[in-house]
Write a protein that binds this ligand. Structure first.
Ligand SMILES: [Zn+2]
Length: 130
């Protein structure tokens, strides 16, 4: 294992952009296999080769900059998906309302009748039926 450690010395390694490239490549491969579009299989090699190139790259500053630019778009998208998944998970026991003033999402337990809600962000009071 020492040869591997020596080989990887100074190289960039794996980050979120590399994982995203790998997943994108796998999705393209999967789509090409179920639709018989051979061109997608060849296109799927592009992100895969890019991913391998980035892992073994010695220009770590450039790779960090690329990952930083990617995360500027990825992090808000991931936060949005997590928020929507939490709403789906909690929809059996809770109801979600939007504050009429600041659009903050407020979670309230279900089946409590008419409830006076105070927004935790801007303290606006509004009533809703749960
Ligand atoms: Zn509010």
């Amino acid at each position: 294992m020492n040869w591997l450690r020596n080989f990887m010395m100074g190289r960039y390694g794996v980050d979120k952009l590399n994982i995203a490239l790998l997943v994108f490549s796998m999705i393209l491969t999967f789509i090409s296999s179920i639709t018989d579009l051979a061109i997608l299989l060849y296109i799927s090699y592009i992100p895969l080769i890019l991913c391998i190139y980035r892992i073994f790259s010695r220009n770590t500053n450039a790779r960090i900059q690329e990952n930083y630019k990617f995360l500027k778009f990825y992090n808000p998208a991931e936060a949005w998906v997590k928020k929507k998944l939490n709403i789906v998970k909690g929809s059996k026991t809770h109801k979600y309302f939007e504050c009429p003033n600041c659009k903050q999402t407020v979670r309230v337990p279900k089946r409590k009748g008419k409830v006076a809600i105070t927004c935790p962000k801007c303290s606006t009071k509004f009533t809703k039926n749960t």
